[in-house]
Unconditional design. Sequence first.
Length: 220
Amino acid sequence: MGHQLEDMDAESLQHSDKRRRSCLEVFLVMSIIFLYVAVATVTAAGVIVITELRSKLEHPRPVFEGTLAKLTGDTSSPAYKMQNFAYLEATSSELRNFSMPLTPVLYGAGMSVGGHFHFNQAQHSLQPTQEGTYFMYLDLTVTCISQCSAGVLTVRLGEKLTCKMNLPATAETPVSRKCWTVSWMDGQTPLVTQMTVSEKGLENWKLEVSKSGLGMFLVD
């Protein structure tokens, strides 16, 4: 009788272990599926945002309002939306170690820096004056004008965003890179766009100023 009870207990433990393993396998499979769906969703959202920004940057002056409305869902007046948006265009085609010079562009009767931003022309810095979460992006396009050297171009927006370009020894067409992030700002910290290049430099590469710049807008 004792042996029978022991056999029954052993069988029960085996069945229990199998059920636990089966539940664990189902849980792991569902977790993997959920993670895949989440990553796919975030990737799709990023592609949509970059597509919208590319449209704006290719024609920066006429479509500021339309892009902001699509990205933020904001249906308020254009003047109000522009208060929370800033766009600066590169002014130097040089690729070297320095604070990247930027400037606002004309937009309607004003400039492309909203009232909730402070742009310091001398320091090339942009400071949101309102605390909140901001969408920030860098757009870079460079062209090889002769026999070029391979290397790395890095542009940093303060400590918030880093954009790197691995440039080949030669390129027949312009090379572009778009980088973006969403980050909280305290409303008191200016952001400087710092450019660095490989130790040997990037000979015969130039920045396309009309296709390179910095943009920010208040998300929340």
